[in-house]
Design a binder for this molecule. Structure first.
Ligand SMILES: Nc1nc2c(ncn2[C@@H]2O[C@H](COP(=O)(O)OP(=O)(O)OP(=O)(O)O)[C@@H](O)[C@H]2O)c(=O)[nH]1
Ligand SMILES: [Mg+2]
Length: 470
């Protein structure tokens, strides 16, 4: 879909620093949301933050801070009141103006509104969106929209929109649409109200859809239809995976932008998409290692993870991630040049546990080591990483030597499990020949009255299956 807005939209990021979230984690999360925004062509021109015990139930912030946000977005209270006149749906919105400020605890006096140095002042051109670094309820979103008069997107909505734009395969599109529709259902009442509030904003509706048409029943029908389609596709995928079951399989997993697809290209010579943007890859690709190995080792590249990944998305991508679950080895890729890499490693480990891949053998890869700085800095970083994670490999996907070493390591990992044995193939079953050469290392081929005898090295499962088939 070529629906990306041609000019970057201008947006404000808002976030509440909750207890237990330290300054660094807070800043990293906001920086990540800005990157997510940029992926959608959104230019974040200011950040409004506040320290609170909890998110204010009405509109995240207390009234004082909310007024600041309103001022920033450039709307006066009078304008807002004017717009609200006659809308008559206030029953659904909680009061914003109560003297609420400290219902949730003390507000900080830390810098609350930060203008981005690199951009023009926010007053010069209108701000068209508010990005919220939390998942908020439909009524909180509605209140913020009312207060600011612009589109409000929470973290989930931003991620969903990226997924929607980047989905290529039929399966990925269906998966994303299901989650997006589920996200929309509780918000529909708030938006619909018998008038179409569609704007040319970020979270544009899919082709031909409008809030009016999308009543809940239709959405539910559509979800059911998509689920059926997806189930049929999952069946197909299962069959394909079953065929690969007795092969040596490695899956690249890790945080978005860690360099999984770059490694996929380097290790398999395939042309998968590599891009410096979040969630470039949504579909799973499987390719044999190149230079080819005997037996073949298959490598898969798949969707990346992110902090606070919407739960629906994890579930809906589960079939995509099954490839990782069934792998004999996971390559957990970490961007060692990202200041926040430890958190990213932790998130990835958590998601892996969540999808049931916690017990699959895992090799930790600290990638992008070329990017940490001077040769001295690189050496120091490598040493520090190796001390802390002695089993890990520190490398750069951009250095052919590093890739060659990784290739060798993968081959040796799988050779450990290989056993030697014989398979006798009757002369009328010679179609098995191709499979034997793809799945085994053939050490010797001899002939007797009954057929061809292959002496091979292969995984025990492979040997067993070939003997059963022969
Ligand atoms: N300097 C440097 N850049 C790298 C390295 N590996 C990957 N990159 C760059 O990092 C960016 C992201 O790489 P991808 O391979 O697309 O990352 P990914 O993990 O597949 O990301 P998603 O598909 O979004 O989950 C691209 O601009 C790559 O060129 C590396 O070792 N060194
Ligand atoms: Mg990728």
């Amino acid at each position: 879909m070529s629906d990306s807005p041609p000019v970057p939209l201008r947006a404000v990021v808002v976030a509440v620093q909750l207890p237990g979230v330290d300054d660094q984690a807070f800043a990293a999360s906001i920086a990540e949301l800005r990157r997510l925004g940029r992926t959608l062509g959104v230019n974040v021109v200011a950040t409004v933050t506040q320290r609170r015990q909890t998110l204010h139930p009405a509109a995240l912030f207390g009234s004082g801070k909310l007024a600041e946000l309103q001022a920033l977005v450039g709307r006066t209270a009078a304008q807002i009141a004017g717009q609200e006149d006659g809308e008559g749906d206030d029953d659904e919105a909680e009061a914003i103006d109560a003297s609420d400020d400290d219902a949730g605890g003390s507000e900080s006096d830390a810098p609350m509104v930060e203008l981005e140095a690199s951009d023009e002042a926010p007053g010069v051109a209108p701000i068209e969106a508010v990005l919220v670094d939390h998942d908020i309820s439909p009524s909180q979103a509605r209140n913020l929209e009312k207060a600011t008069g612009v589109e409000v997107m929470d973290r989930t909505a931003v991620i969903l929109e990226i997924f929607r734009r980047h989905a290529r395969s039929r399966a990925a599109k269906a998966q994303v649409e299901i989650v997006r529709l589920q996200y929309l259902v509780p918000r529909l009442r708030e938006q619909g109200k018998g008038k179409d509030r569609q704007r040319g904003g970020i979270g544009g509706k899919g082709a031909g859809e409008s809030s009016l048409e999308l009543d809940r029943r239709k959405i539910r029908d559509r979800i059911a239809e998509l689920t059926r389609e997806l189930e049929a596709m999952a069946e197909e995928q299962r069959t394909q995976r079953a065929r690969r079951q007795d092969m040596s399989r490695v899956a690249l997993v890790g945080y978005t932008n860690a360099g999984k697809s770059t490694l996929m290209r380097a290790l398999t010579g395939s042309e998968v998409l590599v891009a410096d943007r979040l969630f470039a890859t949504l579909d799973t690709t499987v390719r044999p290692l190149v230079p080819a190995t005997r037996p073949r080792v298959l490598l898969s590249d798949t969707v990346g993870f992110i902090d606070k990944l919407p739960h629906g998305l994890v579930n809906s991508f589960k079939s995509t991630l099954d490839e990782a679950l069934e792998a004999g080895l996971l390559l957990q890729v970490v961007d060692a040049s990202d200041p926040n890499f430890e958190r990213q490693l932790q998130v990835t480990t958590e998601v892996l546990a969540e999808i049931g891949a916690g017990d699959v053998p895992r090799l930790l890869l600290f990638n992008k080591i070329d990017r940490v700085g001077s040769p001295e800095a690189e050496e120091a970083a490598t040493r520090a990483l190796s001390e802390r994670w002695p089993e890990a490999i520190v490398l750069s996907a951009r250095r052919p030597d590093d890739v060659t070493q990784l290739h060798a390591r993968l081959v040796s990992f799988f050779t450990r499990d290989l056993v030697e044995g014989e398979v006798r193939v009757p002369y009328d079953r010679q179609q098995l020949r191709g499979e034997i050469f793809a799945g085994c290392e053939v050490l010797e081929e001899s002939y007797d009255d009954l057929g061809v005898i292959f002496r091979v090295r292969a995984r025990p499962e492979m040997l067993e299956r070939l003997r059963a088939a022969a």
